[in-house]
Design a protein around this ligand. Sequence first.
Ligand code: ZN
Length: 347
Amino acid sequence: MDRSGHVRVNKMASRQTWILVGVLVLGALALVAVAVVPLSPEDVPQASGQPGRRSSSRQATRVNWSQVPIDRQRIYGYLKQICALGPRPSGSPGMQQQIALLQKHFQQLGAQVEQQSFTVRHPLHGAPVQMTNLLVRWHPRKSQRVLLCAHYDTRPFPDRDPVDPRGVFLGANDGASGVAVLMELAHHLGKLELRYGVDFVFFDGEEFVFRETDPYFLGSEHFARSYARSRRNYRYRWGVLLDMVGDAELTLYQEANSVRTAATRRLTRSIWNTARRLGVREFVPRVGYEVRDDHLPLNQIARIPTCDVIDFHYPFWHTRQDVPEKCSPESLAKVAWVMLEWLKRLR
Ligand SMILES: [Zn+2]
């Protein structure tokens, strides 16, 4: 992923004199004032950090699972089932198997499934590679719709792995976690009568990347262009991208590009407010990083206000260690629960 991860770094300088204590008190008052003013792009943290490194470990929120409509073992089972296919880069046999598995899963649960295929040139040798976005529609006749999406391709190689950057990359968190959440939500969406129709979209080619100069977001760009130019009788009111949501030590800060406009700010806040209402403290209501991801084409080309729900503090990012054991049933289930309750309350 082309991720300029700016990790928030809090630096507290020590102050010795009473004069400076006074200054600090005034500063604190100013901060309180800022906190009630809506975020603007200038509020994006400027301090650069190492992407993929956690700044601090947090205590996981305890949840009374008997009260939660999400099946955490089933959702983790989905993540393991996807990873058991092996690597799933664009155009690979693993990707073909994943498409077949998902198509069957969603059709059995009552959704309308459609493949959106297109061809790109392989970045290294130019041979044609088929890409497929998978579209899953619930209540397809509703004209006001919400888009929930995730990329389902995996990076060809674990190129940040300190030992074997040409080894096997499974993409449990970076790839399968978003897929698993949507597979679980499918058990609920057919039965729910929501104000909005819901579409899941699985993007191919998010990171069909062999060198840093190779283009990202091939699937989401194709989807966004096709949406923008199509004559259609529906529109997406909101979009939510789920990426890297399975980390066993989950901390979900807001993402800077997801609070750029008034519409995306409103959307992002409503999701984090839902988490607060449920007591899921893994959703931390402040900006923690800036990430370039599939939500950019959706916001910029398709003009769908879209938020990226992403935990970018993941030490195993783009390494051979991104495996199911680094993810947890509880993290996946908390994200699925927040998304489900958010959808139910959407007006
Ligand atoms: Zn990635």
